[in-house]
Design a protein around this ligand. Structure first.
Ligand SMILES: *Cc1c(COP(=O)(O)O)cnc(C)c1O
Length: 369
């Protein structure tokens, strides 16, 4: 009755223009590294307020390729939030560097700048904040630490297309920003896709080589690059969807406000957005010590929920054997045990949101009960 995500209905809204875009690519006879990609790169760079956008195969590759282009590798350390999707960690381990997790602020879910400085060592090269759930991390204090220690700042923007920090867009806040266009993201393709945004001319040039086998001229290879391109069809689809990113983000904000009002006074801990953050509500995440009961009751009423994320990266079998595997990250673990994502997105009506609100209130009761 209230699906957590409904890609079919989200894409149905764009059907006619997606089909026109498909025909345009088919008619052009050109499916890779062509005009659609060039134009999407221009349009998305303008949207974010940066000089360059470089389309790549996915969000993980975006981060992996920037770290590679910066020469990050074995012996280097990269500071990451302890609560994030595993891709943030895997981008770092993929280049042979060590992720150094730092705990989040429990109110904003984002990396706590006050804890970052004490994690800096003489091996630290990059701070990699994630704009989790659609809210930008507190970048200015991170920039300040980065400047004092000569570090780079790489933004993981995979959940934050259109989010702003004191009016500046995600993707324009660090030395480079990395986006995913995985179908369920706020700006989602009809398959995999990703991009890097940056004001740095040299980095942009290097990334164009890295994504295409290190080649500028066909069959001439300057560096040992990889195959990670955003194809013409996905670029054409993204150009259509970019036109409505702002209006869809506004709809997400309306739903979030409705939840904030409707759930106020309940025993749920609601998400908070500092005044400087224009949150784009990729996810609406509440905390509760009755999560299992609440999730089960919502499922019984046909309301979809998910947990982002049930196991923090440092506890994942995939990352066993790293120094952080034996450490405790209490905030990340506490969040993993208590967070629940309620349905949010342009596919929902006010009536559906009200049903979620009523159902939550009926199950968890009032604060102080
Ligand atoms: C989705 C996501 C990624 C990875 O993007 P892909 O395109 O799936 O590789 C990275 N970081 C975060 C925080 C994400 O949510």
């Amino acid at each position: 009755m209230v699906p957590f995500l409904d890609l079919q209905s989200i894409n149905e809204h764009f059907r006619a223009s997606l089909q026109t875009a498909f025909d345009r690519v088919l008619d052009s006879g050109w499916v890779m590294l062509g005009r659609e990609l060039e134009q999407f790169e221009r349009e998305f760079a303008d949207y974010c307020g940066v000089k360059h956008c470089i389309g790549v195969g996915n969000g993980l590759d975006a981060m992996r390729l920037v770290l590679t282009a910066w020469g990050i590798g074995p012996g280097d350390e990269v500071i990451v939030p302890s609560n994030t999707y595993i891709a943030t960690f895997l981008a770092v381990t993929a280049v042979g560097a060590l992720p150094v997790p730092v705990e989040p602020n429990e109110e904003t879910f984002n990396i706590d700048p006050a804890l970052v400085e004490r994690a800096v060592t003489d091996r630290t090269r990059v701070i990699l904040p994630v704009h989790l759930y659609g809210q930008t991390a507190d970048i200015d204090p991170l920039r300040d630490i980065a400047d004092r220690y000569g570090l780079k700042v790489l933004e993981d923007c995979a959940q934050a297309h259109g989010a702003r920090y004191y009016g500046r867009y995600a993707g324009a806040l660090g030395d480079a920003g990395c986006f995913s266009f995985y179908p369920g993201k706020n700006l989602g393709a009809l398959g995999d896709g990703g991009a890097v945004t940056t004001n740095n001319d040299l980095l942009a040039d290097q990334l164009r080589l890295w994504r295409n086998y290190g080649s500028r001229v066909k069959y001439h290879h300057e560096i040992p690059g990889v195959n990670s391109r955003l194809d013409e069809l996905q670029a054409a689809f993204l150009r259509i969807k970019l036109l409505e990113l702002d209006s869809q983000n506004i709809r997400r904000s309306q739903i979030a406000s409705r939840y904030q009002q409707g759930l106020a006074g309940s025993s749920l801990i609601l998400p908070t957005a500092p005044a400087w953050a224009d949150h784009v509500w990729h996810l609406y995440v509440v905390r509760t010590d009755q999560r299992e009961r609440l999730q089960r009751a919502l499922t019984e009423r046909g309301i979809g929920t998910l947990i982002h994320y049930p196991v923090p990266p440092h506890r994942q079998p995939a990352l066993r054997g790293y120094p952080f595997s034996n450490e405790k990250f209490q905030i990340a673990e506490r969040l993993a045990d208590s967070v629940l994502s309620l349905p949010i997105g342009p596919h929902l009506t006010d009536e559906q949101v009200d049903l979620v609100i009523e159902s939550c209130r009926a199950v968890v009761g009032m604060a102080g009960d």
